[in-house]
Design a protein around this ligand. Structure first.
Ligand code: FES
Ligand SMILES: [Fe+2]
Length: 453
């Protein structure tokens, strides 16, 4: 491998990416052909944000009670009576498919004396409390009460299950405990406009992996919002993807969404000696093509990027037809505040969700959903159940491309060190002006929720 040089500063760090996609044969939709940058300042972040139980408590009250958050996929509750239990901190919500096919959500709490109604996702005709047997229909209306004569104060309306707002987009089911919440569609900002062509609603969960990460949920998601760490942490990728020239976008007036566009098929600008175009193809083949085979000779004058794009187009056929070259090859990653990450890249339909692990500020839950298109003309396959990974390594996940697996284990190793180190010192955290702008944007949005009364 070539020696790694210091990153070079640039007054317009997105210009490389913009020039690159302008030279692609299929240069991309209007939103890709522009960069959206704002000066969000350079303010430091206090370490306690990641370690304090008080901060966690405030987030539970002022953030998680007020944001739209991914609860499950529609195919996880495909049939009437399917119930998904979504939990975050002490909050537990039942997401229920009703007899009419509609989806409703309720607090997972009995309206008699508060007992939790369902421990795990399940299938029921009626929801029945295990304590005294109050029972509700799937639409949340009270169905029966033992010794009904003894509750003169109780009416069917007053003791319905308490409802939580539900929104749906792209086959994802979101919940928001705030009765005054803005509609999901407004909250999603430009996400549907940018991501609807991905066809998430026509996908199903082919693999589902849950790991307890050794880090606060914010540190966990932040590790995936920048490519700045790639040279140091994932050096195996620098010969064919350019972390340094990744474009980071935060959009004016948009507080819930941001993205990065990372060029692939070109080497990292952090390398002092650029590999030849043939060497880039060789490396991509070595890491991505299974069973292993020697890379073909690059046609005279063709770039490695153009060669790989042509290969992907041939491989994907009609699915590739409406897509720009960048959508075929680049890592185009979006985030939805506070905890969801999605990819626009056709080759990488993976979704991440990060949550606090109970009330522990030092660990978090990382759900990785690997989506696949429902095969044309076939019924939707059953979704994969979550695998609790325990000590299992990402390198053991069969649905992940081989070259990707090490990446997650490398990230997890960093996160354990980061959480430990956050408590070992006192200096404030600092984010870079450009490459870590999505982290700053995330914290500014978080702060705006925390400051709401
Ligand atoms: S606590 Fe639920 S029925 Fe009594
Ligand atoms: Fe990483």
């Amino acid at each position: 491998m070539n020696t790694i040089a210091k990153h070079q500063g640039s007054p317009q760090p997105w210009s490389f990416y913009q020039n690159l996609i302008a030279s692609d044969a299929r240069p991309g939709q209007a939103d890709i052909r522009q960069a959206s940058h704002q000066d969000l300042g350079l303010a430091p972040i206090d370490r306690s944000v990641y370690t304090s139980r008080d901060v966690h408590q405030q987030e539970m009250e002022k953030v998680w009670q007020r944001v739209w958050q991914l609860a499950c996929r529609e195919e996880e509750i495909a049939e009437a009576g399917d119930i998904h239990v979504y939990a975050i901190g002490d909050l537990s919500i039942l997401v229920v498919r009703g007899s009419d096919g509609d989806i409703k959500a309720f607090y997972n709490s009995c309206t008699h004396r508060g007992t939790k109604l369902c421990n795990d996702s399940t299938h029921l005709k009626k929801i029945r409390c295990p304590f005294h047997g109050f029972t509700w229909k799937l639409d949340g209306s009270l169905d029966s009460v033992p010794s009904r004569w003894d509750f003169p104060q109780l009416s069917e309306d007053s003791h319905r299950l308490q409802e939580v707002k539900v929104g749906r987009w792209g086959g994802f089911v979101f919940v928001n405990p705030d009765p005054a919440a803005q509609p999901l569609q407004a909250y999603l900002e430009d996400l549907p406009g940018h991501l609807d062509p991905c066809g998430f609603e026509d996908m199903y969960i082919a693999g589902y992996y849950r790991k307890v990460l050794p880090s606060n949920w914010k540190a966990s998601i932040e590790a995936f919002l920048e490519a700045f760490h790639v040279t140091e942490t994932h050096p195996q990728t620098v010969e064919f993807s350019d972390d340094v020239h990744t474009q980071y976008d935060v959009f004016p007036g948009r507080r819930h969404t941001s993205r990065f566009l990372q060029p692939v098929g070109v080497p990292s600008a952090a390398l002092t000696t650029a590999p030849s175009e043939q060497e880039i193809v060789d490396r991509m083949f070595e890491l991505t093509v299974r069973p292993p085979m020697p890379a073909p000779q690059l046609p005279e004058g063709m770039t490695a990027r153009a060669f790989m794009i042509a290969g992907l187009r041939a491989q994907l056929g009609a699915r590739a037809e409406p897509l720009s070259d960048a959508e075929l090859i680049d890592a185009m990653q979006y985030s939805l505040f506070p905890n969801m990450v999605l990819f626009r890249s056709i080759g990488f339909p993976v979704v991440y969700r990060f949550r606090p692990n109970g009330n522990d500020p030092d660990s978090s839950l990382f759900d990785m959903l690997i989506l696949k298109p429902v095969p044309t003309g076939q019924t939707r396959p059953y979704p994969a159940e979550p695998v609790e990974m325990g000590d299992m390594r990402y390198a053991e996940i069969p649905e992940l491309a081989e070259w990707l697996r090490d990446i997650y284990d490398q990230d997890v190793a960093n996160l354990g060190l980061q959480q430990a180190g956050l408590k070992a010192g006192h200096t404030p955290i600092t984010f870079s002006h450009y490459q870590e702008i999505r982290l700053r944007h995330f914290h500014q949005t978080l702060q705006s929720y925390l400051e709401q009364s």
